[in-house]
Design a protein around this ligand. Structure first.
Ligand code: GLN
Ligand code: ZN
Length: 784
């Protein structure tokens, strides 16, 4: 299908060489598409709401793409990516490109339009959406392809070539980016009805012909480069998967002839075996590596890098917001230059800039000093280019010296370093932290005080967040309403939520979190060492973005953060009221973390601050304290070899927060991500008195670890219904689930609760669902 005669790939000299020798050049892996002020988000949402039409949406998108390309071209970037824009998600774009539309959307043939595309992403009246899951260890979520032996792949979305031409028409020659076939398949799942054991890789022969058509199309549009993103290579692939990898690329050889080929990897080291496989690919012009997270890759490169190939060196971090230490990067680049030759090194970003904030120029409220330490995507583009230029004798001295001044100011700033905190952390690191007695003894002491029935009921913390509540918090922040009025409003909200729980007959209550905008921001705003941006949004999925706090300095807790609210709530009821905190690991994993000390150091600092809070709550008479570790599982490193170290310090940090409390103080924790069977021993190690876990979408899976004989002696509440859905679970259904759990868990340890907080639901849903939940608990209790 290729227009060019197929050349034997190994004949490098016959391949076109479009890059200019002599100088180092520059490349960007990918760029955020949401827009500096979330323009795409608003355009999408207004389109979905029927408030604007296709043209409006496409105009916003085209303007965003244009300004991104122009910015890169203007900065001097040589290899500018295209097709990294997406209306929703780049994996979904690939599904569209391959025509792998699940049958429930009723699509048969023709170019896939917005209708089908957004139905896959968001569902429609007759078909539910495709599943979404986390993209590696980022907070970005992709749409999971649903594949099986019956999928008829076809070239059904010409987006890649359309974008390439669009840029060309603007006078910008781009590198079209595709998700590589291996990453695509290995991140897919067998469709419903297809056996779980179905080998997704067996589809490779069916998808490659489509890839070949796309390549031919791109070539005839004038493309000279193609970038395949293959981050899957950083995972621990086995020999047969690696074999499939080389086979796939050999298979495409003839179609790749006439193109320069870049295979980009990112997010971690490429394991030695995978590196070997990669280096043996013949049709590749260049390889991209994440040299920020992948320090071992540098050693592999030193040992062996094929002559004549280009090395795309990802030295500018795509996953944080810190200005690059340019002189440190220069050193790395010099090392690489010595190995592969100057003209073979291309300065690049560690991964797509999708995972960082968009443009620092829109931050008006950050103080000047802090701002001078930062670089968002737009600034990182400039950094990449400055590094490349400095190798061709055109070093921008002013920029480099201002950069080193900023680096120095950050290193020596008293806002960053607090000797007392550093000492405390050093001390804490040296010893382990455990509660003084064993969990069974503690549970007895707690039961004496709490006097709870069997199968106690509780909820996870938040109650519905109404628009009124959001407005009140906003107005208070903007000083439009007084503190007295604010407290009064929140107090009334607590009263309402508490009364409701009492009427429903819930045993351990929550205050509902009305005073919180977000479970991390609420704490970050009260701790020192944190900063907040106005526009530092990062796409999470589709039109949804998060605005992670920036942790820039050593962390202290100037004063108690929740004691006022929690004791107020406790006074409103006779029943136990949970004090509600976010745990150190979750605060860490949902923030932009400083890069001048290891993550665990920062985590221990947060742990010490939370420990003070736990102890203050205890002193104030709060006897049940929940420390949420919603994001503990998601921080798990990609490489197996790094997981134990992470889990050890993460669990340690959690234990620091509560090892000092009395036996009779009950410590709860909560975890969102259900896929936790592989870390069950670490969870046990956390040694909480009670854990509530998201579970309702994977019952069998969670319970299977207990079937396999894992002993769990502490309280445990696997969620009995899914709070992400508006559906009301019936009493019978919940009762049945409780019974299933009782088959593997002792009735003395089982708790009954929903999956997660209720903040995204409305009151009518919450009332019905909780009332059925309590009825089910009572029913089973009576049968014990
Ligand atoms: N306590 C929080 C809530 O109920 C927990 C949220 C979460 O786990 N993501 O909203
Ligand atoms: Zn949760």
């Amino acid at each position: 299908s290729s227009a060019t005669p197929s050349l034997p790939c190994a004949t490098a000299s016959r391949r076109p060489r479009f890059y200019v020798a002599r100088a180092m050049s520059s490349h960007i892996v990918g760029y955020p598409r949401i827009g500096p002020k979330r323009e795409l988000k608003f355009a999408l949402e207004s389109f979905w709401d029927g408030k604007s039409n296709v043209d409006d949406l496409q105009n916003v998108a085209a303007n965003l793409r244009k300004s991104i390309w122009k910015h890169m071209a203007h900065a001097g970037i040589k290899y500018i990516p295209s097709n990294t824009f997406s209306y929703y998600d780049q994996m979904l774009d690939t599904t569209a490109m391959l025509g792998a539309v699940p049958s429930r959307y009723g699509w048969e043939s023709g170019e896939i339009g917005f209708d089908v595309y957004f139905s896959m992403a968001r569902g429609n009246a007759s078909a539910h959406a495709m599943e979404m899951t986390k993209w590696f260890d980022t907070n970005y979520h992709y749409i999971v392809p649903e594949l099986g032996p019956d999928v008829n792949f076809s070239y059904a979305s010409h987006k890649a070539v359309v974008e390439f031409k669009e840029a060309k028409a603007l006078g910008i020659d781009t590198v079209p980016v595709l998700i590589g076939p291996m990453t695509y398949l290995l991140l897919s799942k067998p469709a419903k009805g297809v056996e779980k054991s179905f080998c997704l890789l067996s589809l490779i022969d069916k998808i490659l012909p489509v890839y070949k058509e796309v390549l031919a199309d791109l070539k005839s549009a004038g493309a000279r480069w193609i970038q395949f993103d293959e981050p899957i290579l950083v995972m621990d692939l086995d020999t047969s998967q690696l074999q499939a990898f080389s086979d796939a690329y050999s298979h495409m050889e003839s179609s790749l002839a006439g193109l320069n080929v870049l295979i980009a990897t990112y997010f971690a080291d490429v394991p030695a075996e995978a590196y070997k496989t990669l280096m043996s690919l013949k049709c590749v012009t260049g390889f991209g590596f994440d040299l920020v997270r992948g320090l071992e890759t540098l050693d592999l490169i030193k040992m062996n890098f094929p002559r004549g190939k280009l090395l795309f060196a990802g030295v500018v971090d795509g996953r944080n917001i810190w200005a690059n230490d340019l002189s440190a990067s220069l050193k790395t680049l010099q090392t690489l230059e010595d190995i592969v030759g100057k003209e073979k090194v291309v300065v690049s970003t560690s991964c797509s800039l999708l995972h960082t904030a968009v443009d620092l120029v829109n931050e008006m409220k950050l103080d000047k000093e802090l701002k001078s330490w930062l670089a968002f995507a737009a600034q990182k583009v400039v950094e990449v280019n400055a590094l490349a230029k400095s190798f061709s004798g055109a070093k921008d001295e002013a920029l480099f010296s201002s950069n080193s001044m900023r680096q120095a100011s950050r290193r020596s700033s008293p806002r960053v370093t607090n000797a007392a905190v550093q000492q405390d952390v050093d001390a804490v690191k040296k010893s382990d932290h455990h509660r003084s007695t064993e969990v069974s003894v503690r549970l007895q002491a707690q039961q004496k005080k709490l006097n709870l029935p069997a199968l106690p009921t509780t909820t996870i913390g938040s109650f519905p967040q109404t628009t009124d509540l959001r407005r009140i918090r906003r107005e208070f922040k903007a000083k439009k309403i007084s503190e007295v009025d604010y407290v009064q409003t929140i107090k009334e909200e607590y009263e309402k939520v508490i009364k409701l729980q009492e009427e429903l007959g819930i045993d351990v209550l929550v205050h509902g979190e009305a005073e919180r905008n977000d479970m991390v921001e609420f704490f970050g705003e009260q701790l020192s060492g944190f900063a907040f941006t106005s526009n530092g949004w990062v796409q999470s999925y589709g039109s949804r973005c998060v605005k992670p706090p920036i942790i820039y300095g050593d962390i202290t807790r100037p004063k108690a953060m929740t004691v006022f609210w929690s004791s107020m709530a406790q006074k409103m009821t006779q029943r136990p009221m949970k004090g509600m905190l976010t745990g150190p690991v979750t605060i860490l994993n949902w923030s932009f973390v400083r890069n001048d000390q290891p993550r665990h150091e920062t985590c221990f600092q947060i742990a010490l601050a939370i420990k003070d809070e736990v102890e203050d709550l205890e002193k104030a008479g709060v006897t049940v304290i929940q420390i949420d570790e919603a994001a503990l599982r998601e921080g798990l490193p990609l490489r197996k070899s790094e997981q134990k170290f992470y889990l050890d310090w993460a669990v340690h940090a959690f234990r620091i927060t509560n090892s000092g409390v009395q036996d009779s103080t009950q410590i709860h924790t909560h975890m969102c991500y259900s896929n936790f069977n592989d870390i069950i021993h670490s969870i046990i190690d956390m040694d909480a008195d009670v854990i509530t876990i998201e579970n309702s979408r994977s019952d069998e899976k969670l319970l299977s670890v207990f079937h396999e004989g894992v002993k769990y002696g502490a309280g445990i509440g696997p969620g009995v219904y899914d709070i992400h859905s508006p559906r009301i679970p019936s009493t019978e259904e919940i009762a049945e689930r409780i019974n299933k759990m009782l088959a593997v868990l002792d009735s003395k340890v089982l708790w009954v609760n929903p999956d997660c907080g209720l903040k995204t639901r409305n009151y009518s849903e919450v009332k019905s669902a909780l009332s059925n939940m309590v009825a089910a608990a009572k029913l089973i209790r009576s049968q014990l």
